[in-house]
Structure formats: C-alpha cells, structure tokens
Design a protein around this ligand. Structure first.
Ligand SMILES: NC(=O)c1ccc[n+]([C@@H]2O[C@H](COP(=O)([O-])OP(=O)(O)OC[C@H]3O[C@@H](n4cnc5c(N)ncnc54)[C@H](OP(=O)(O)O)[C@@H]3O)[C@@H](O)[C@H]2O)c1
Length: 282
C-alpha cells in the first residue's frame, strides 16, 4: 500500500484492524486514554497529539462507538492538518454525513465497516473472508478498496436506504445468536444441569447448524419440531417453560415457523396449528 493507516479508538475493532494491516502500514494508534498495553509504544493520547505531523494522505480510521462519532468529528475538524487526510468511521449504521465537520475542513470522508464480530483481542484473524462496506469519494474509495483487498474483505456497496436494514440484519445474525445460546444455557441451568456443562454443550450443536447452513442453504439446514410439524413436541416445551424463557421460546418459534414456511417443507395446516398454539400463549 502506498498510504499509511492511523487508528483512533483502540477497542475491539481498532485492535483487530491494527493486527491485520500489512507490515509497516500502521502509522500510529490513539484514543482518549493512555495505556492499552499491547499498543503502548504507538499509543498517543487525544486527538491533537494523534494528528500531529501525520503525513497528508494518511487514512485515519475512527473506530469509536457510534454515538461518539459526532463528538470525535468535531474534535478533529478544527485541528491543523485534518483537511489533508482521509477519514473513515467504522460504524455500520451511520453514513459518511456524520463526519461532515471534517469534510467541511477539506478532508475526504467515508466509511469502512467490517461485517464481523470482534473479540477484545486477537480479532485480526477474523477479518479475511468477511464482507464489508467501503464508502467515500473516488480517491478515498480507491484507498479503501486496496486496503480491503489486502485484508481479504469482500466489499459491498450500500445505498443510504439499505444501511440500517443491513446493520439490523447483522445484529440479528451475531448478537441475537449469542442471546439465543445464552437463553438456551439459562434453560439448561434452570433445569439443574451443571453450569459448566450448560455453557458448553450447545456450542457443537450451533457449529453443526452453521456448517449445515453453509453446505445446504438456510431452508434445507432447518431441522426440529416446527419444520417437521411435530406440534406435540412444541406443546411439551410450552408445558414446562415459564417466564422469560417461555417468552423467548414463543418469539423465536414464530420466527422459525416463518423460515419453515419459506422452506416449503412444512404442510400449511401444521404451520397454522403451530402458529395458533404459539399465539395463544399468555
Ligand atoms: N466490535 C465489533 O465487532 C465491531 C464490528 C464492526 C464494526 N464495529 C464498529 O466499530 C466501532 C467501535 O466499536 P468497538 O466494538 O471497537 O467498540 P469498543 O470496543 O467499545 O471500543 C471503542 C473505543 O473507542 C474509545 N472511545 C469511546 N468514546 C470515545 C471518545 N469520545 N473519544 C475517543 N475515544 C473514544 C474507547 O475508549 P475507552 O477504552 O477509553 O472507552 C475504545 O477504545 C463502532 O462504530 C462499531 O459499530 C465494531
């Protein structure tokens, strides 16, 4: 790459990106506080020190929480040299307009979102093969495309109207998946299974399911009582579940019924019976 990258906000995203960049292309890292151990040598406190003497054309990645973007954009916009840099934020739900104060200062601004879920550390290995959004004017987009290609990211383009549904879908595929596993774990523990076992035993099942989805597609991968039309099994589940567990189960089984319908594998009369049973639950 013939440009350097500077990352402001060394949380999950910032650390993953920093770890995945080609050797020699990380100019510096920064953020509002000192002391992120692994990046201490490069870490500079605050926007002013972070931006000082950065060569023009450096790509500044603002990987701060979505709701901090306005504040951070205003902090950078007034700093000397900001106008000669490229700035992107990493939010999936915000467009480039949130960086308008920096654009008004003369910088090219855009978005670099990666469709991945990063752990607190060691997320670099999850970047290759994931999808991502790059957005910006022609010169910035050329930089981002080169960066994305080097990282092995499959880039997609979104219209403004697609941005929020894209992010909502991502939240379902990642955050809701974690919540479902947690709800399952909670059911097992409430039924008296040892906590350690309850926390682990659903993971091979989830991995197997994702494997089937990848191999067979969503509709053929669906197994279980809804797609089979086993109403009696669902009645048995409802017979023992209570409280939050029951509420989660009912909401998710209605979503499973929608997938079963789209798969065309469940007789319509069975689907009707299942939906009626689920909807009549208090
Ligand atoms: N995590 C993911 O898997 C993921 C995936 C795709 C996109 N993203 C996007 O990446 C961005 C960052 O998410 P994240 O998960 O990396 O968050 P995170 O782990 O919470 O890290 C955010 C970083 O920003 C810093 N920060 C917070 N407010 C700030 C402010 N006002 N000024 C300067 N720095 C500030 C935090 O510093 P402190 O440590 O001092 O709080 C922290 O270092 C978000 O837009 C998110 O949507 C995240």
């Amino acid at each position: 790459m013939n440009f350097q990258v500077a990352i402001y906000g060394m949380g999950r995203f910032g650390r993953a990106l920093a770890g995945a960049l080609p050797a020699g292309s990380l100019a510096r890292t920064g953020g509002r506080r000192d002391g992120v151990a692994a990046w201490k040598d490069l870490y500079r406190r605050g926007p002013e020190a972070f931006l000082k003497d950065l060569p023009g054309g450096t790509l500044v990645v603002l990987s701060v929480p979505d709701d901090a973007l306005e504040t951070v954009a205003n902090e950078f916009a007034t700093l000397p040299g900001a106008g000669s840099l490229f700035f992107v934020h990493t939010s999936g739900v915000r467009g480039p307009e949130v960086l308008e104060p920096i654009a008004d200062a003369g910088a090219q601004t855009g978005v670099l979102h990666l469709l991945q879920s990063f752990p607190p550390d060691g997320g670099a290995g999850l970047i290759r093969g994931c999808y991502g959004v790059v957005e910006g004017g022609p010169e910035l987009r050329a930089c981002l495309s080169e960066l994305a290609a080097g990282l092995g990211v499959i880039t997609i383009e979104l219209t403004d109207a697609q941005r929020v549904p894209y992010h909502a879908a991502a939240v379902l595929a990642s955050n809701a998946l974690v919540a479902m596993l947690d709800a399952g774990r909670e059911m097992l523990e409430s039924a008296g299974l040892p906590a350690e076992q309850a926390g682990k035993m659903l993971l091979p099942l989830a991995r197997g399911t994702l494997h089937n989805v990848e191999k067979l597609g969503l509709h053929e991968a669906l197994t279980g009582p809804v797609v089979r039309g086993d109403v009696g099994t669902i009645r048995r589940h409802l017979g023992v579940l209570a409280g939050d567990a029951r509420r989660t189960y009912v909401a998710m089984m209605l979503a499973v019924a929608d997938t079963a319908e789209r798969s065309g594998r469940t007789p319509p009369n069975k689907l009707n019976e299942i939906r009626a049973l689920l909807r009549e639950q208090p």
